[in-house]
Design a protein around this ligand. Structure first.
Ligand SMILES: [Mn+2]
Length: 330
């Protein structure tokens, strides 16, 4: 396995040597994943390098103003990959969470580029740029590409969108002075926080508002442990015809509760398939908690998936978590 430290080539030079490129990210992509994938594609287009974006989902509503449907293929399975010389995997801790599933480069004549900021990344690439101190994969991409190459405005806008969505619009502790320097750089190219906020955050439809309303109205809390949670059964998703990505940002909302130490959102996105998102306000390491169920992420934002109905699995999970974090002495 090669890493950034073992190659003297820049990312740009390596990408140039491996066209045509396929660009993928994790399932149910969030703002950072979407920004990284389409920002990189716009960058490659600008420098006349051929690439294809493959997603296994349609775009969440929030990004429809920023990205056109012609920019990507929505396929469950990538098919024959031999036409690609390089595969860029962005913002994904492992390859099984991408559309590529169990693909390994040793079985094909294709180089895998792994660019990510998850502490749980298992370094699956032939080239790995994995830095948990990056606020977002988009911040990492700016750092890797900005040197001698021009970042076009479209790329600056999409990378800034990824940084903003992964840092709660620069309010999370992961957004320090180094991140702000990158943000300033993108600003100077022509990206704007207010434009992105309007396009992404101020863009909910009626059913999405109802989904949020459902989750907020039905939230529960145990102040003794400093936990707040809500559960959305599958029936709510189907009745409102909303997608999984339409609840992005919802779990963060629960951090607003004054006695929140840990917020959880249980989403039955398919019948008997439960996604659990965890957010911490500080001392609780949710990456470690999520790993109990085979998930992961970051110390303050992580998730995992289990099978089972909300009604049966929820209490079991909560009890294990309460046992791990203990009573809150604040
Ligand atoms: Mn990310």
């Amino acid at each position: 396995m090669k890493s950034i430290k073992e190659t003297s080539n820049t990312l740009f030079v390596l990408l140039k040597k491996h066209t045509p490129l396929l660009i993928v990210t994790h399932e149910n992509p969030d703002g950072d994943a979407i920004g990284a994938v389409f920002g990189l594609k716009a960058f490659l287009n600008y420098h006349s390098l051929s690439s294809t974006v493959l997603l296994n989902t349609s775009l969440p509503l929030a990004y429809e103003n920023l990205i056109s449907k012609e920019e990507y293929e929505n396929l469950a399975n990538p098919g024959d990959l031999s036409e690609y010389k390089g595969i860029v995997v962005l913002d994904s801790a492992n390859i099984s969470r991408t559309v590529l599933k169990e693909f390994t480069s040793s079985s094909k004549n294709t180089a895998i580029f792994n660019i990510d900021h998850h502490v749980s990344n298992d370094l699956f690439g032939d080239y790995n740029w994995v830095e948990p101190w990056w606020s977002s994969t988009c911040e990492g991409l700016v750092r890797l590409l900005k040197g001698e190459q021009v970042l076009p405005k479209e790329t600056a806008k999409l990378f800034l969108m990824g940084i903003l969505t992964d840092t709660g619009y620069l309010t999370f502790s992961a957004a320090g002075p180094d991140t702000l320097e990158i943000v300033t750089h993108l600003f100077k190219i022509g990206a704007s926080i207010s434009e992105i906020h309007r396009a992404v955050k101020e863009n909910m439809n009626k059913n999405q508002l109802k989904l949020w309303g459902y989750a907020i109205y039905n939230c529960q809390y145990e102040d003794e442990y400093g936990i707040i949670w809500s559960a959305i059964p599958n029936q709510v998703y189907s009745t409102l015809q909303v997608k999984e990505g339409d609840s992005e940002g919802l779990v963060e909302f629960f951090r607003r509760y004054r006695n929140c130490r840990l917020a959880l959102l249980f989403r039955e996105v398919e019948p008997s398939k439960l996604r659990v998102s965890l957010r911490s306000k500080g001392e609780v390491d949710v990456n470690t908690l999520a790993s109990i169920w085979g998930g992961g992420g970051h110390p303050r934002a992580a998730g995992f998936t289990v099978s089972g109905e909300v009604s049966t699995v929820l209490n079991e999970i909560l009890n294990i978590i309460k046992g791990k974090i203990g009573v809150w002495n604040h």
